[in-house]
Each structure stands twice: as structure tokens, then as C-alpha cells.
Design a protein around this ligand. Structure first.
Ligand SMILES: *[C@@H]1O[C@H](CO)[C@@H](O)[C@H](O)[C@H]1NC(C)=O
Ligand SMILES: *[C@@H]1O[C@H](CO)[C@@H](O)[C@H](O)[C@H]1NC(C)=O
Ligand SMILES: *[C@@H]1O[C@H](CO)[C@@H](O)[C@H](O)[C@H]1NC(C)=O
Ligand SMILES: *[C@@H]1O[C@H](CO)[C@@H](O)[C@H](O)[C@H]1NC(C)=O
Ligand SMILES: *[C@@H]1O[C@H](CO)[C@@H](O)[C@H](O)[C@H]1NC(C)=O
Ligand SMILES: *[C@@H]1O[C@H](CO)[C@@H](O)[C@H](O)[C@H]1NC(C)=O
Ligand SMILES: *[C@@H]1O[C@H](CO)[C@@H](O)[C@H](O)[C@H]1NC(C)=O
Ligand SMILES: *[C@@H]1O[C@H](CO)[C@@H](O)[C@H](O)[C@H]1NC(C)=O
Ligand SMILES: *[C@@H]1O[C@H](CO)[C@@H](O)[C@H](O)[C@H]1NC(C)=O
Ligand SMILES: *[C@@H]1O[C@H](CO)[C@@H](O)[C@H](O)[C@H]1NC(C)=O
Ligand SMILES: *[C@@H]1O[C@H](CO)[C@@H](O)[C@H](O)[C@H]1NC(C)=O
Length: 401
């Protein structure tokens, strides 16, 4: 306390003399020079925010500063070379570091709590020095367009938002996160990026692209939607996943995917899409899947498929493969014809099967036919459209009817 008061007094005096223009109680303390940083460093705690000015050049050192009530922000500054805040434990608001192209060092050895992390366009930064266990409380983390190699010091249990994109040097990301209440987005990071979320129990929405492995062995619930596209993995399994509560579950254009297995999954609240995964030769990993709230679209180069437990599909099932899926089609039609409310279209040996990666529709909309109020009518409509395509497209087998 005593030290703090003296520091404040010194800062105030300096202000009077014109040497330092920042004070501990400024709503936003703008740091324009190393001297400003030194003045702020002596505050101990500050309630307001700190803004590092675009005019600042060199190393920012916040010395013994322990707590910032508001934000710590540095934007669009080509001359900051480092940011050091070795005693800073808490930032009440955002830690926003954006477009700092010379910053090569970020020292935050004691930081444990921050509301949002936004590190964007930091092209010389290879990592942040965080302590152990590092940042344990945060609500949102965005790390984009950086040369960061690892995010090991971010050990938050419950996040609302996680977005890692265009960090070309991140090759592994293993995190203890347990819950994600809004969204996780992973895209365009290091080409061989491996992602492990061993403790993740539920996530609201997931969008995962360009990863080489993805594991979430404890994942039990996806509350919203989940999309896995353009990944390099050969196998995906969520051994504990039981439900995707609402939204679409999709696996699109994962060219090396051979094995897709969700042994406990019973419910998909919205649509289900497995499209253009050209190495996937069978779709048989959904042995407990009972209910699908939307439409099914399976399009690929698989040779057979099976959904033994399927009990209710609200939309249509549009199934097509470049391979001969005739016997799977026949069996599916016979066993599940009345469970699929929107009607079934199942087309074998379709050379263009991998060309549509969109959602499925209802039976009548995908067939281009209209006026069929029941599913049997929808089958006829689909079949007619298919027959018309026969000569032109060279499809020589259509299933059902
Ligand atoms: C800041 O960086 C810019 C661009 O690299 C440069 O032109 C300018 O001279 C630098 N300013 C200072 C004060 O170092
Ligand atoms: C994080 O979420 C888990 C699971 O919902 C819960 O048990 C735990 O108490 C939460 N932790 C914090 C720090 O909020
Ligand atoms: C997601 O589902 C889990 C398990 O049912 C639940 O505990 C959690 O509150 C849900 N989260 C959201 C954001 O709905
Ligand atoms: C990465 O994923 C995106 C989809 O989010 C895709 O458009 C892009 O082609 C992928 N990049 C590579 C190199 O696979
Ligand atoms: C899977 O769920 C079961 C039952 O909820 C639990 O005991 C088990 O630890 C979970 N597996 C993993 C890898 O977390
Ligand atoms: C995430 O999922 C929830 C359902 O749990 C949904 O209400 C919400 O709109 C989704 N958010 C995004 C960003 O997709
Ligand atoms: C597919 O993955 C599951 C889960 O990891 C595994 O049990 C199964 O043996 C794999 N199937 C093949 C054909 O490799
Ligand atoms: C399904 O196709 C795969 C790949 O050709 C094959 O190994 C498997 O035996 C087939 N399963 C059935 C039940 O026909
Ligand atoms: C072949 O597959 C494409 C893409 O899924 C689809 O648009 C087309 O209607 C299918 N052809 C037939 C004859 O069903
Ligand atoms: C199908 O996947 C391949 C390989 O990932 C990709 O090049 C192609 O563009 C995808 N096709 C569509 C229609 O998205
Ligand atoms: C499908 O047909 C039914 C009955 O005619 C109609 O109510 C529904 O709106 C149609 N769906 C679409 C997507 O066209």
C-alpha cells in the first residue's frame, strides 16, 4: 500500500512536471514511452486499461504490475519488440495484441486469469512465456496468423470460445479444456497439426479443418453442430460420444479418412452429412445411431453402409456412391424404408457422387419432384429423376422399388 501511494505520488508529480503523462488511476493509461511503462509498472494494481500507443518503440516492461482491471491492448504497432509483465497475475478484460509485426517476445510468467485472449498477426512471435500451470481462467481465446509454436501454458478448464487459425508453426495442440460453451474453430494451422483434447466432455459447436489427428476420447455431448472438413486424418473415433443435440454433424472432403467410428452415438439433432471422403470404403461405425432430426446425405466412394439401430429420420436419406452399393441400398430400403420420413434415394455407381458436399434435403426437394405427400410417392419421384439420368450420366443401377 505504502509503496503504491508513493509510486502514485511520484507519477502525479512527474505528470505536473510534464515528464510522464500517465497515472495509476487513468481510465485508460496510454503508454507512449519506456518512461510511461516504468510509471505504470509502479502502480501495483490498476483498475483501468492500458493502451500501448502506436508511437511506442522498443521493449514494453510493466515491471512489478500485478493486476489490470480493464484491458491490456497493443494494436497496429510495427516497433514494439517485446512485452514483459513478469508479475502480472490478472487482466480483468482483454489481452489484445494485434498486428505487432516486430514483437518477438511475450513474457507473462505469472498470468493466471484473463477474460479474453486475442493474439492476431504476430509474425515474429514463436511463443509466449507462461508459467506453470499458466493461464487457468479465461473465457475466450483467439490465436490467429502467428508463428507461435505451442500454446502449452493455456490450461483453462471451461472456455466459451477457442479459435486457432493460420498459425503455421503449431504442430501439436494438446489441451486440458473440459468444456467449450460456444464454439471451437481450428483451421489452416501447421500442416501436420495434431490435436488432442483428452478432457473435453462437451462442446457447443466444433469446426475442425486441416488437422492430421484429432482425439477427444472423453467427449460425451456436442450441444450444437460439428463439422470436420479438409482434414488429413485417416481415422476418427469419438468412443464416448452419445449425442449431438442440435445442428448438423458433417464429415466432408477428408481425403485420407478410412475409419469413422462413433460406437455410442445414438442421436443427431440436425442433419448428418458424410461426403467426398474418397478413401472411406465402408460406413459402418454408427452401430447405435437411432435418431436423426434432419436429413441424411451420404455421398462418396464407399462399397457398403449400414445403420442397424436407425429408428427415426425426420428428413430424407440421399445416398449415393461411385461404387456398387446395390446390396446395401436394398437392405436399407427394406429395413428402414418406413423409418425415414422424407424418403430414401439410393444411387449406386454414380461417377459424380463426390461432387456435392452440401446438406441433404427432404425427399421431394432432392428429387426435384413435387406434390408427393408421402414417402412412397417421394421414392417414385426420386426414381423417375434417376431413370431420366440413366442414359446421360451412365448410371446403370438404381436401388429400391
Ligand atoms: C517504426 O517502424 C517503422 C516501420 O518499420 C519505421 O518506418 C519507423 O522508423 C519506426 N519508428 C521508430 C520510432 O522506430
Ligand atoms: C468446469 O466445468 C466442469 C464440468 O462442467 C465443472 O465440473 C467445473 O467446476 C468447471 N470449472 C470451473 C473452474 O468453472
Ligand atoms: C451441453 O451438454 C451438456 C451435457 O448435457 C450440458 O451439461 C451443458 O450444459 C450443455 N452446454 C450448453 C452450452 O448447452
Ligand atoms: C484447409 O481447410 C479449408 C476448409 O476450412 C480448405 O478450404 C482448405 O483447402 C484446406 N487446406 C488444405 C491445405 O488442405
Ligand atoms: C467414457 O465415459 C465413461 C462413462 O461416462 C467414463 O467412465 C469414462 O471414463 C469415459 N472415457 C474417457 C476416456 O473419458
Ligand atoms: C452453438 O450451439 C448452440 C447450441 O448449443 C447454438 O444455440 C449456438 O447458436 C451455436 N453457436 C454458434 C456460434 O454456432
Ligand atoms: C476403426 O476404429 C475403431 C475405433 O478406434 C476400431 O475399434 C476399429 O478396429 C477400426 N476399424 C478398422 C477397420 O480399422
Ligand atoms: C464392405 O466393404 C469393405 C470394403 O470393400 C469390405 O472390406 C467389407 O467386407 C464389406 N462389408 C460387407 C458387410 O459387405
Ligand atoms: C450423383 O451424385 C451427385 C452428387 O451427389 C448428384 O447430384 C446426382 O444427382 C447423382 N446422380 C444420380 C443419377 O442420382
Ligand atoms: C473433394 O475432396 C477433394 C480432396 O480433398 C477436393 O480436392 C475436392 O475439391 C472435393 N470436392 C468437392 C466438391 O468439394
Ligand atoms: C415436401 O413435400 C411436402 C408435401 O407435399 C411439403 O409439405 C414440403 O414442404 C415439401 N418439402 C420441400 C422441402 O419442398
Amino acid at each position: 500500500m505504502y509503496t503504491k501511494q508513493i509510486a502514485s505520488a511520484v507519477a502525479a508529480l512527474s505528470f505536473v512536471s510534464g515528464a510522464v503523462a500517465v497515472g495509476c488511476s487513468d481510465p485508460t493509461a496510454t503508454i507512449r514511452s519506456p518512461a510511461d511503462a516504468t510509471a505504470i509498472a509502479k502502480c501495483g494494481d490498476i483498475d483501468g486499461s492500458i493502451l500501448i500507443s502506436k508511437d511506442f518503440s522498443g521493449d514494453v516492461n510493466l515491471g512489478a504490475l500485478e493486476k489490470i482491471g480493464g484491458d491490456l491492448i497493443a494494436l497496429d504497432n510495427p516497433n514494439i519488440t517485446s512485452l514483459t509483465a513478469s508479475f502480472l497475475g490478472e487482466i480483468g478484460g482483454a489481452l489484445q495484441l494485434k498486428n505487432l509485426i516486430s514483437m518477438s517476445s511475450l513474457q507473462l510468467q505469472r498470468l493466471s486469469t484473463v477474460d479474453t485472449i486475442e493474439w492476431v498477426t504476430l509474425r515474429r512471435l514463436t511463443g509466449a512465456t507462461l508459467g506453470t500451470p499458466g493461464i487457468t481462467k479465461a473465457s475466450s481465446v483467439l490465436v490467429a496468423d502467428t508463428t507461435i509454436k505451442s500454446l502449452d501454458g493455456i490450461n483453462v478448464d471451461n472456455l466459451s470460445f477457442l479459435n486457432l487459425n493460420n498459425n503455421r508453426d503449431i504442430v501439436t495442440f494438446k489441451t486440458n479444456i473440459k468444456t467449450i460453451s460456444d464454439q471451437v474453430i481450428i483451421d489452416a494451422n501447421g500442416l501436420k497439426m495434431q490435436m488432442e483434447m483428452p478432457n473435453l466432455i462437451w462442446a457447443a459447436n466444433m469446426t475442425i479443418s486441416n488437422v492430421t489427428t484429432f482425439s477427444a476420447p472423453a467427449l460425451k455431448t456436442i450441444n450444437g453442430s460439428a463439422s470436420f472438413s479438409s482434414n488429413y486424418f485417416t481415422s476418427v473415433t469419438f468412443p464416448n460420444l452419445t449425442k449431438l443435440e442440435e445442428g448438423t454433424f458433417s464429415f466432408i472432403s477428408n481425403p485420407q479418412l478410412k475409419n469413422l467410428t462413433m460406437p455410442l452415438l445414438t442421436d443427431i439433432g440436425g442433419g448428418f452429412i458424410v461426403a467426398n471422403n474418397t478413401a472411406l470404403s465402408q460406413i459402418n461405425g454408427f452401430s447405435k445411431l437411432e435418431n436423426i432430426g434432419g436429413a441424411i446425405a451420404l455421398r462418396g466412394s464407399f462399397e457398403n453402409f449400414t445403420f442397424p439401430a436407425l429408428d427415426d429420420v425426420r428428413g430424407a436419406a440421399e445416398i449415393t456412391s461411385t461404387e456398387d452399393i446395390k446390396s446395401s441400398c436394398d437392405k436399407f430400403q427394406a429395413d428402414k424404408g418406413s423409418e425415414v420420413q422424407g424418403g430414401i434415394s439410393c444411387v449406386a455407381e454414380n461417377a459424380s457422387a463426390n461432387e456435392n458436399t452440401g446438406e441433404g434435403g427432404s425427399g421431394n426437394s432432392t428429387s426435384g419432384n413435387s406434390g408427393n405427400g408421402n414417402s412412397a410417392g417421394a421414392f417414385i419421384g426420386v426414381n423417375m429423376a434417376t431413370v431420366l439420368g440413366l442414359g446421360a450420366v451412365g448410371v446403370f443401377y438404381t436401388a429400391f422399388l
